[in-house]
Design a protein around this ligand. Sequence first.
Ligand SMILES: [Zn+2]
Length: 232
Amino acid sequence: MAASQGTSKQKEVQRIMDVLARAIAQHRLPPGTRLIEAQIVDTLKANRNHVQSALQRLALQKIVTIEPNRGAHVSQPSAREARDIFAARRAIERGVVEAITPVKIEQHRKRIDAHMAAEREATRASDRRAIVRELSEFHRMLGEVSGNEVLVDILENLMVRSSLIVALYQRNDVPSCQHDEHGEILDALSKGDNDLAVARMRYHLDHLESELALDDEAAPEVNLKEALASIG
Ligand SMILES: [Zn+2]
């Protein structure tokens, strides 16, 4: 009895985490948004303890920040953290791409084709929310095609945190070339040319990072004393 209660609690906490992480990844809850427990309880028809556990677990994953007396809000990664996350993605996604064989591509062919069609459609319709969702879904999909569950778990966290970074630091609107770059990575993988796929993934991630305003001037550290002194 106790064990099954434990499992159902875990499932419920996971459900709440999934809904919140998805809303954050899709920019429905932008960085800095206050996450008010009572509202989450109401909206998700959830139990308060479960919501608290979900927020605490998201805080351990750095997706949510909990501050004493201020409660929880969606994290606002610093420029430095953003660079670190991209460095981590280069390492993890290299592992993902190295693990994908043409056989695995064929096994997932239907899903891959449906996904690429959805990306094309979102780009054609200039549907910003759909573009953000589909472009990051590509990376999750490759993780699953690789069949390495550990890489999938790490990547899931990095992708949600990447979407926070894009929301905070993206210079322009979503670039339309990304979809083509995804296609080129897939082409190399379908032919079994993993070295080329690794190089293309690396180029793609460098390109994504270059679209972000991560130079220090972009997010200056405010010196309170100096700021106040200059007023007088
Ligand atoms: Zn991409």
